[in-house]
Design a protein around this ligand. Structure first.
Ligand code: AHM
Ligand code: MG
Length: 335
């Protein structure tokens, strides 16, 4: 059987679904950058890439060396090709401007260059999450691209994906017609399609949440998790298993593989922030992937993809995964 590489899949999409050639090129470049990041991550202590910088990002989090390296790899790979009007990253305060010496294109690329930073130094899976939007028409306006161009609801994404750097490096991608999984063949140097049609099972017996925050949760989440923990004897009448990797890519990847529900609710630790995860860099791309795989994603009260962003680094509560469970916990927020 001939192997379908990412490049071949993208060319076929151009023919069968009219995927524009510049979008195809964009995804190819992002995938190439993910290969380079995978290579850096895998060097670990041998490459001197572990540990922290002395800097903090815009979120006030200490940056890991690999956060910064990954961010630079993505910027350098994508800035010159002429397919982008701008980029935004979890690791940068403001929108990144395409340098004047390069042509500009129709798309915006938004990314979390290395998600799951707390796992880098302990050799647990991390990943890159990305989202592609169209740049709104600027009516001939010259000059810097402002933050407003990026503030589009997740329904406007034309592509989303993530690379996971685990025992295998994989790329999961949606162009809005299902989710495909590609595994990096290091001998070939190519991503090869290994998962043709990824589907999240509708029901599950596995949940993911950071239980150490339990005392800070709001009532609907307290209720739902207590029911999960009650198992067969409780109202849900089945026993649940729990996993929490603290790398969203790894937790979501498990859910895409065997089902489950992932939750990072808002809590009372920092009441002004509606959750820990970021809408643009994490929640929107992951929600598009999960929905395209037949699952659901809400912030407890509404579909994540319908949220109108008001700022680039906005936070959001996240409930995503198997439909039945996401609907149940969302329903408890309405009760
Ligand atoms: P990061 O982008 O700074 O790595 O933070 C996001 C990560 C997610 O990958 C993960 O789901 C979550 O933070 C874990 O948070 P916690 O350490 O509070 O359990
Ligand atoms: Mg992240």
């Amino acid at each position: 059987m001939s192997r379908v590489t990412l490049s071949r899949y993208l060319i076929e999409q151009t023919r069968s679904h009219n995927t524009p050639a510049d979008l195809r090129f964009l995804i190819e470049v992002v995938a190439r950058a993910c290969k380079a990041i995978s290579h850096q991550v895998s060097k670990g202590a041998l490459g001197g890439v572990l540990g922290s910088m002395e800097t903090e990002n815009v979120q006030g989090e200490v940056q890991k060396k690999l956060d910064v390296i990954s961010n630079e790899i993505l910027l350098e790979a994508n800035e010159w090709g002429g397919h982008l009007a701008g980029m935004a990253s979890e690791e940068m305060d403001n929108a990144y401007q395409i340098p004047g010496r390069y042509p500009k294109g129709a798309y915006l690329l938004v990314f979390d260059p290395l998600d799951g930073s707390s796992n880098i130094d302990v050799n647990v899976s991390v990943g890159t999450i990305f989202s592609v939007l169209r740049c709104p028409d600027r009516n001939g306006e010259e000059g810097d691209l402002g933050e407003e161009a990026f503030l589009q609801p997740g329904t406007q994404q034309v592509a989303a994906g993530y690379a996971i750097y685990g025992p295998q490096t994989m790329l999961l991608l949606t162009l809005g017609n299902g989710v495909k999984g590609f595994t990096l063949d290091r001998e070939l140097g190519s991503f090869v399609m290994t998962h043709d049609s990824i589907k999240v099972p509708e029901s599950t017996q596995e949940f993911a949440i950071n239980m150490s925050n339990q005392r800070h949760w709001e009532a609907p989440v307290q209720r739902y998790v207590s029911e999960l923990l009650a198992g067969e004897a409780g109202p849900l009448e089945k026993n649940y298993n729990m996993r929490w990797i603290a790398s969203m890519v790894a937790d979501v990847h498990r859910i895409l593989t065997r089902g489950g529900v992932f939750m990072y609710p808002r809590d009372s630790r920092e009441p002004e922030k509606p959750g820990k995860l970021r809408l643009m860099y994490e929640a929107n791309p992951m929600s598009m992937i999960i929905e395209q795989a037949g699952g659901a994603a809400t912030n407890g009260t509404q579909r994540i993809l319908d949220i109108q962003p008001t700022s680039l680094h906005q936070r959001v509560a996240v409930f995503l995964g198997s439909k039945d469970e996401v609907e149940r916990v969302t329903g408890y927020h309405q009760a």
